[in-house]
Design a protein around this ligand. Structure first.
Ligand code: COA
Length: 384
């Protein structure tokens, strides 16, 4: 329960400053370093966006070419990390695989903390390049005992790398672009829960692996990144749009939360949703299966009519990812692959102007009281 002076869930609290993105401020929708998300999704690639977030400006063509080469050269996994991935059970959640992989890489290639300025992008780039390798190495080892080569040399981009490693061959260009756009949309979002976690960890002067591991843990929950997985479970259970309408009305009558709807900051729409919805429609047409898309559209209509709530990025991402052939449990890991750019940029920004993040709480407990000796305690007081 909140009390005067506190804000439940820190809603509306300004907890710091950033130059990385605006979420609905100053009449803008979402911008990354001043560039509108609509323009970035239309004209840029994920690597351009990662460069922009980390280094501050859009890269020239030669800088971008070198960046592709650099990331490609960082994709291989050290042997002890492969061994750890082999030990993680096949039943583990893929987010736990990434959390563990990140932590292990931090043991093998620790960060000099704080790093020299000239080296500050080394670990962000390494994490961007290796997260897909970690997940796909674990995937194939447990699926059919293969120890795959994760360098994937024919494929220069992160989106291409992910689909290639998952499918075992280069993906078609339209699918690579669909995933690339999705990675752009997921790359950065101001002081969301996982980014704020990364900044809190960084504010203690801890290393970037600790910040990223904590951020992955935060992202896993269904109120945050896990919503794309939960949204797919919801959408895929309905056989038709009419079936979905009945099902959602039932869920709303039970006061259930509908995953993939609502947002802490946006009030009328999530600008990212409009973009990914177009891709979800296009991919549904390509695979010749309209069920998930028409179910999604009907759920959106019911939620607007009944609750005045709008879809967030996770809702239409769910069917788009499915039509790209991505297993449901890998939806939230895709978010990690992308948001690593935003998290890392926030870590560097926090370090550049650091002060320990340590808020205070309104105490709402017992008034000060004398210690109660053992012989005066009653059974009913002792039980939890
Ligand atoms: N389904 C049904 N009702 C919802 C809802 C949803 N997805 N999102 C919000 N609401 C309702 C709440 O029940 C609440 O109603 P009440 O005032 O009658 O109790 C009201 O809207 C405010 O919601 P609240 O959860 O307090 O807002 P918040 O700012 O704390 O939470 C989210 C924001 C994103 C966590 C919330 O909208 C949510 O849980 N959405 C589903 C998970 C999701 O998609 N997460 C990804 C976010 S990008």
């Amino acid at each position: 329960m909140s009390s005067p002076g506190s804000a439940a869930g820190l809603a509306g609290v300004v907890a710091g400053r950033t130059v990385l993105s605006t979420v609905g401020q100053q009449g803008c929708g979402l911008t990354y370093r001043g560039y509108a998300i609509e323009d970035l999704a239309e004209f840029a690639t994920f690597e351009e966006v990662a460069w922009l977030l980390l280094r501050g400006s859009l890269p020239t063509q030669s800088a971008l070419d070198q960046y592709h080469q650099r990331l490609q050269g960082l994709r291989s996994l050290p042997d002890p990390l492969r061994n750890v991935l082999e030990q993680i059970p096949p039943t583990a959640h893929p987010m736990d695989v990434l959390r563990t992989g990140c932590s292990m890489l931090g043991c093998l290639e620790p960060e000099e903390c704080p790093p020299e300025l000239s080296k500050q992008f080394d670990i962000p780039d390494r994490l961007l390049a290796t997260f897909p390798s970690m997940l796909m190495y674990w995937h194939w080892f447990h699926r059919d005992g293969r120890r795959i080569d994760t360098t994937c040399t024919e494929t220069p981009t992160l989106a291409g790398q992910i689909l290639h490693l998952l499918q075992g061959h280069p993906a078609e260009a339209d699918h690579v672009r669909a995933l690339d756009v999705s990675l752009i949309l997921y790359a950065e979002h101001e002081f969301n829960a996982s980014t704020f976690t990364a900044r809190v960890v960084t504010s203690t002067l801890a290393d970037i692996y600790s910040a990223t591991t904590a951020a992955i843990g935060t992202l896993r929950g269904p109120l945050h990144g896990g919503a794309n997985e939960a949204a797919f479970e919801l959408i895929s259970q309905f056989a038709s749009a009419d079936d979905a309408e009945r099902g959602i009305m039932n869920l709303l009558a039970q006061k259930a939360k509908i995953m993939g709807f609502g947002h802490r900051v946006y009030r009328t729409e999530d600008p990212r949703s409009t973009i990914i919805q177009q891709w979800a429609r296009r991919l549904a047409q390509q695979v010749g299966d309209q069920r998930l898309y028409s179910v999604s559209e009907r759920i959106e209509a019911v939620m607007r009519r009944e609750k005045k709530l709008f879809p967030n990025l996770d809702f239409y991402s769910a069917s788009a990812f499915h039509h790209l052939g991505i297993p449901t449990l890998y939806f939230t890991p895709l978010f990690v692959f992308s948001r690593t750019a935003g998290w890392s940029a926030h870590v560097l920004e926090q370090r550049a102007d650091n002060r320990l993040i340590r808020p205070t709480a309104d105490y709402v407990g017992e008034a000060p009281r004398p210690y109660l000796p053992m012989e005066h305690r009653k059974e009913s007081q002792a039980s939890p």
